[in-house]
Design a protein around this ligand. Sequence first.
Ligand code: FES
Ligand SMILES: [Fe+2]
Length: 471
Amino acid sequence: MSMVEDKKDAKTAKAGARRETPYPEHLVRETPPYRPGVMRVPVDRFFKQAYHDLEVERIWKKTWQWACREDEIPNVGDYVVYEIAELSFIVVRTAADEIKAYWNSCLHRGRRLCDFNGKRAEEFRCMFHGWAWNIDGTMKDMTCGWDFAGTRDEVTRLPEARTGTWGGFVFINPDPDCESLEDFLGELPDHYEGAGHDFAKRWAQVHVVADIACNWKVAQEAFLEAWHVNFTHPQMVRTPGDRASTGMRWDDFGNWMRNTPQLPTDKYKNPPGYATAAETEQQVVDQRWGFHLNEDPPIKVPEGEKANEVIKNVIREYHRSVLGDAIDDYHDVHMGGGEMVHIWPNMHPWGGFSRLLYRFRPYKSDPNRSLMDVVLMAPWPEDRPRPPPAPPHVLQPGQSIGDAPELGQLARIFQQDLANMPFVQIGLKTSRQGYVILSDHNEAPVRHWHDLYNKAMGFENGDYLAEESNK
Ligand code: FES
Ligand SMILES: [Fe+2]
């Protein structure tokens, strides 16, 4: 999607003669229509404490979830404190090829064992009375153990969450009886490393954490559909003629969903003309890189050239500077901007050459506050050591994401998204209607997400916590 500040040398570069590359097989797999129709979702789930509390039990204690990057814990003893709602886990590298996760709570009187991330730990020692466990989770030092007759067996191992990795991401699942991460993700790896976009070979170039005055689901749903672009980001509504103007489709792969440029043969898609507003080739290019309307376009379309060719060539030549001629193994569609992908319950890694990755988390026990991680996962030459991941830039509660200039032009886009969120939260609470309405096509991924939510929460036969039933 966005690399304007990096591509000054690649402006309007022309592609040389390239070998023909086939259309990516994974983008042809079509699974729609997603259960058709509109959906009504009770508003209560977006602000009531009972939902938050049930989510902790039925989602956060039961689901595979992205906790950190392997790069963040490269050495034995390195650990990250991963927090989700009021739960906390220590994710630690215990061997070159082994990562474990422990519930971050002392087995004596419950003090959180680790308060911060750390490096090369040899033990986790409680700051209250000094009990300590080795990094492999076995008891190391039970201070005054003589005073705890008959309890040694109960505290001899720190309780664990299950761990797994994909694409350099470390996932945890607190449920010891859960399915494997591999089964949970299904064919997802085919769409990334299988399609030449291996996250394990990328690095976290930027990491920003916004602290937002809304429920985590409210924030997430603003990134589960693209329809809002027409109104929230009007400066972006100048779509390349052979892409969104002829539509896109959503595909459901079970625990994850994605959108992709439609093919002529697709049955379920946007109508022709959707979101088309461009009158000139330059405007089409500006949709991508000219968001700052008060500045000259960073990429100028030469007289007589077509915008889509300019866009593809700029992106291809930019990536040539990083990946070398391996970029010619990629079809033009990879240059288009990437597919929107969301993995249940809260991870959003864009596909293709997009660098975008989001995560949405409830903030401690507050259903009216959430954290949004924005990470830019950039390609990196394989023959050079990857830089360490960018440390998170954590914004203050309510602070504008516009204060994260490392996001480049995206900062202004996210600012537009997040500016709405506190007002959505307020509006939901005063809704007389008592439910929101989700559309058939453009909001299919939001419906898909709520179907998974209803299943996880035990709401298949209706949301029994809601005052307004899902009519
Ligand atoms: S609470 Fe941890 S040693 Fe007492
Ligand atoms: Fe947006």
